[in-house]
Design a protein around this ligand. Structure first.
Ligand SMILES: NC(=O)c1ccc[n+]([C@@H]2O[C@H](COP(=O)([O-])OP(=O)(O)OC[C@H]3O[C@@H](n4cnc5c(N)ncnc54)[C@H](OP(=O)(O)O)[C@@H]3O)[C@@H](O)[C@H]2O)c1
Length: 294
């Protein structure tokens, strides 16, 4: 996917012509431009940028609104997306913009072997992602941040090998401090059982991070929506029907009921297509809502 190798480190030659993975169907005029390297802009069907600071979430959802198949099925996001190259590319691109990838412990527990880096999901574009990060003055990769009240996490998970930030309760911190690799940092934010997401984001901001990509599941996203702390949502609509039969197969949000009493609306600001997959970008519309950020 790499196009010009002027900024590529030695050992990463430009080996492939740019590949167009997504077709732009519609986009709001005046969206912030990010100056994507040419190969990434070709693959994405145009430029991508953000107004910082930004908390943006990424999900893949089935036609019948399912984002997770249940705890007995590991890596259900991959099952829903079918591992589509365009979806993996968008995941990588969004990670390449992030200072931190934020997940809940539920996602860590059900994603064995995963690494929350751009190159893990789309190795073909790794040199271009690295080029983007250098242009944006970012570190080599985003930090992983994990929210857990219980502290009951698989501490040997390979996704933690490069270090991770754990945001937890006092009880969770006691459990984690004894078991985590030394490369990890534990921050206790309260007694629990539910941490305030404003405190979580403040702890992340204290580390100098302004671009927060939420790749947590419906419980974490529910907390962000409840507190009106998510600015954008990237949603891949996968052309597949997941089905439900009495088991828990949640949609985007769990643990929180909104309608009919509370209306959380969103503005569609971008639509892209790859085959029968749709890539939707929404601005979550908090204007005038109590508790919303200015
Ligand atoms: N389709 C997609 O794009 C997509 C994306 C991400 C995940 N998923 C799927 O979603 C499923 C997991 O769902 P999930 O909702 O359990 O994941 P999650 O939201 O990532 O994790 C939930 C856990 O995170 C912790 N947590 C979250 N918010 C908290 C808060 N405010 N305070 C304290 N702790 C908090 C708790 O951990 P403790 O229990 O340790 O206290 C909670 O049980 C998996 O199947 C995964 O594959 C799908």
């Amino acid at each position: 996917m790499a196009q010009d190798n002027a900024e590529h480190p030695a050992g990463h030659p430009a080996v492939q012509a740019p590949v167009e993975l997504l077709n732009l169907l519609d986009e709001e005029v005046g969206l912030r431009r990010g100056g994507l390297p040419a190969a990434l802009a070709t693959a994405y069907g145009g430029d991508l940028g953000f107004t910082e600071p930004c908390v943006y979430a990424n999900f893949v959802v089935s036609l019948d609104g399912v984002v997770a198949l249940g705890p007995q099925y590991p890596s259900s996001g991959s099952a829903i997306s079918g591992g589509a190259p365009a979806d993996r590319f968008v995941m990588g691109l969004l990670r390449a913009f992030a200072d931190v990838v934020l997940i809940g412990a539920g996602t860590l527990r059900t994603s064995p072997g995963h690494r929350w880096t751009p190159e893990h999901v789309c190795p073909a574009a790794s040199a271009d992602f690295a080029q983007l990060r250098r242009r944006r003055g970012r570190t080599a990769g985003p930090e992983l941040a994990v929210v857990t009240a219980s502290g009951d996490v698989p501490t040997g998970h390979p996704g933690l090998n490069g270090g991770a930030l754990f945001l937890t309760t006092k009880a969770g911190a006691r459990l984690l401090d004894e078991r985590l690799p030394a490369t990890c940092t534990v921050v206790a934010l309260g007694e629990g059982p539910v941490l305030r997401m404003a405190d979580v984001l403040r702890a992340i901001g204290d580390r100098g991070h302004t671009m927060v990509l939420s790749e947590g599941g419906p419980r974490l996203f529910g907390h962000l929506v409840r507190d009106r702390l998510a600015d954008e949502l990237f949603l891949t609509l996968s052309p597949v029907v997941a089905g439900r039969a009495g088991t828990s197969r949640p949609g985007l949000v769990t643990g929180l009921e909104l309608l009919p009493s509370r209306r959380e609306s969103a503005e569609l600001v971008g639509v892209r297509r790859s085959g029968s997959y749709l890539f939707l970008r929404y601005r979550l519309d908090h204007r005038g809502q109590p508790g919303s950020r200015p």
